[in-house]
Design a binder for this molecule. Sequence first.
Ligand SMILES: [Zn+2]
Length: 336
Amino acid sequence: MDIKLLEKLTSFGSPSGYTTNIIKFINDYLVSLGYMPFTNQKGNLYVKVSGDNDYTIALSAHVDTLGLMVRQIDNDGKIMFTQIGGPILNTYDGEYCKIHTRDGKVYTGTILSTSPSAHVYVDARTKERNCDNMYIRIDEVVYTKADVLKLGINNGDFITIDPKFTYTKTGFIKTRFLDDLASAFLLLELLKEIKTYNLQLPNNLLFAFTTYEEVGHGAASLPDVNEILVVDMGCIGNGLNCTEEMVSICAKDSSGPYDYNMTSKLIDLAKKHNLSYAIDVYPFYSSDGSAALKGGNDVKCALIGAGIHASHGMERTHINGLKNTYELIKLYIGQK
Ligand SMILES: [Zn+2]
């Protein structure tokens, strides 16, 4: 696997609503492989691969991530933010970030609590980390709101977070936003394999790289397909069987159960081919499958993904988890 490509995907900074750069990269990459990708109005990117019959399976992964947006600039020049999606803000405390102005300037900064110094604030350790108690310390000499405005920064500017991508000798991949860039990466690897080996598949495939999953409506509208296999992060933790080395098959999440036949087929394939897998029920989760169904699409829907530890915090997975997930996707699309 070309892990450098995964690292590249994490380098853009692509919170929901600010995905143009990553979508352009994926578009150009797919064109270079010989595909003809296209987008819908809100910016989801699709690629069709023709199969031998007229049944169409959508494979989706979301390229939008969590992030922040400038909410207000304080009189003393503190940049206050609102969150995009559902981050664990405690894990953002101390992280480096970038502020992207609407006229294309980029400023660096650090996400901090408003009681950031142990020598000054009695509540430096105990203050709750939330949007009211945190701010961006920008790496510019600013003392007032006017100083910040002069830089061209304004409410509504996007803030992206240092991905800190690390691939360890032991096979772990640590970075922000493996949810769901790890899955987008797997779909790109699959598209490369299909082209390289000129694979002929039984069903039509529609690859969907969606851009608003973290805010709930990524795949809410879909081109006409029969079913959708959502590839998104597998949950790890209390009451769950999955590890970072496994592919997780989600039977049910907060939005309800996934399609019985699709899910059973995925389990059968994983079992038959000795993949390392887990079947789990996710307690606090919904996906582009939920969005597709709630959006009124008449589709069957299932969900799989590599086990991602500490999701929406400082995430980690293992190369074996990616490989097991890749194999299961391939087995599934090879089915008649
Ligand atoms: Zn996700």
